[in-house]
Design a protein around this ligand. Structure first.
Ligand code: FAS
Ligand code: PHB
Length: 399
């Protein structure tokens, strides 16, 4: 294969930044570095097809959209994303629309992570970033020296080495980078429920997302386009997807989302994908050790209820890219501050995700249910409560 990067005297590759992982964090970081004249090579363990087919997040914060547009990734986003003013909070008592534009001056955009990944992969060729798929055995070396390097086996089975000035772990929650940080501090919370997510070839039954509290469990109606709906159901952790037929899924969604109430109906359709997603929160600190930096899920996981995972990955690399550019030009101040400043936003998002999750997901404790309903009534009736949700859901400024 035609090899990316530059070869040095002993036949090894050489570049400025090695990025491990071609998810949103790794791909966007490579794009931002290229715009700053910094060369990078992205190593990805999966195939191009696998990366492009992954179905995950669906919401972009206002500041994420601004950033992506500013760096030349806004064309398809502007054409195909769905701008939403707000969301609906639904309980058996009432459905309330929270208008984020009225509350905090901006809304959100519905745009699948799959679409964003496609845009990022397409932009890579134009920007000259190097992306190497189907690597195995990725290992980090000498990260606490000024000459770190990464070894791996390429798709042809050849052992490879890339020497660099910096290594960035964007390898998600199960990659090797986090393990390379000695004695990290970690925090973890496993929630006593999971999400069963479905993709269906049917027009959404709502104009904006519905987050529903119900005694049987949480449900959400999202979407990917005018013809594709994305919906979620709270299920017990470890649920076997085989126990949930399409009929059972639609029946539960109809009950929890209020089908037939006040004239609203949920229209079912062919389910094209279904999966069970565990709910957990995780943070690892620091997000830097020597010449290794971590970004995105490699450093933190949030429950998806607050739609923060993808946006946090974007926020991390929006902060990291200029820090690395400055570091490589001899100014290490931003790089030195990266971990602390990134973690401040991580914990704000971790808290908001916890708040949304514990407010909307039922447990077997009837006291919890009363607390949740009281909190939902307050958010639905108080401008201060609604503004607090709106400010966090639409996202804090990136810069
Ligand atoms: P990613 O996990 O996206 O990317 C990491 C990449 O590193 C992967 O491509 C992986 O193959 C690669 N990698 C791993 N080990 C490697 C190695 N040793 N060598 C090379 N490459 C390696 N967030 C939301 O906001 N809303 C949602 O609804 C939502 N749903 C989700 C559903 C699922 C099933 C999952 C797993 C996550 C979901 N998330 C959701 C969170 C998700 O969107 C992440 O926050 C987002 O993908 C983070 O992006 P990255 O940090 O790039 O990590
Ligand atoms: C989605 O559309 O996949 C989605 C939307 C909002 C969330 C989580 C996931 O909080």
């Amino acid at each position: 294969m035609a090899w990316p990067g530059r070869f040095d005297f002993d036949g090894n590759m050489r570049t400025q930044v090695v990025i491990i992982g071609a998810g949103p964090a790794g791909l966007l970081l490579s794009h931002l570095l290229a715009a700053d004249g910094v060369e990078s090579v992205v190593l990805e363990t999966r195939s191009r097809e696998y990366v492009l087919a992954r179905i995950r997040a669906g919401i972009l914060e206002h500041s994420s959209v601004e950033l992506l547009t500013d760096v030349g990734l806004g064309e398809r986003l502007a054409r195909e994303s769905m701008p939403h003013r707000g969301i609906y909070l639904h309980t058996p008592e009432q459905r309330t629309h929270l208008d984020f534009v009225d509350l905090v001056g901006h809304g959100i955009h519905v745009y699948g992570q799959t679409d964003l990944t496609r845009d990022l992969v397409d932009a890579r060729v134009r920007g000259g970033q190097q992306l190497v798929y189907e690597v195995t055995g990725t290992a980090l070396h000498d990260i606490d020296t000024a000459r770190p390097y990464v070894t791996f086996v390429d798709a042809d089975g050849a052992a490879r080495r890339i020497d660099a000035d910096v290594v960035v772990g964007c390898d998600g929650s199960f990659g090797p980078s986090r393990q390379a940080v000695p004695d990290p501090r970690t925090w973890e919370r496993t929630y006593p429920y999971a999400w069963l997510g479905v993709l269906a070839d049917v027009a959404p039954s709502t104009d904006e997302l519905i987050y529903a509290w119900h005694p049987d469990g949480f449900a959400m109606h999202s979407m990917r386009s005018a013809a594709v709906s994305r919906l979620y159901l709270q299920v017990p952790p470890g649920t076997d997807i085989a126990e949930w037929s399409d009929d059972r899924i639609w029946t539960a969604l109809a009950a929890r989302l209020g089908h037939g109430r006040d004239g609203w109906t949920l229209t079912p359709g062919p389910i094209t994908e279904k999966s069970v997603l565990p709910m957990r929160g995780f943070v690892a600190a620091p997000m830097r050790h020597g010449r290794l930096f971590l970004a995105g899920d490699a450093a933190h996981i949030v429950p998806p209820t607050g739609a923060k995972g993808l946006n946090l990955a974007i926020a991390d690399v929006a902060r990291l890219a200029p820090a690395l550019g400055a570091l490589l030009r001899g100014d290490g101040a931003l790089a030195a501050a990266y971990s602390d400043t990134a973690l401040a936003r991580v914990w704000r998002c971790q808290h908001f995700s916890w708040w949304m999750t514990t407010m909307l997901h039922v447990t077997d404790d009837p006291f919890d249910a009363q607390l949740q309903l009281a909190q939902l009534r307050w958010v639905a009736s108080s401008e201060a409560g609604a503004r607090g949700l709106a400010e966090n859901y639409t996202g804090l400024p990136l810069r």
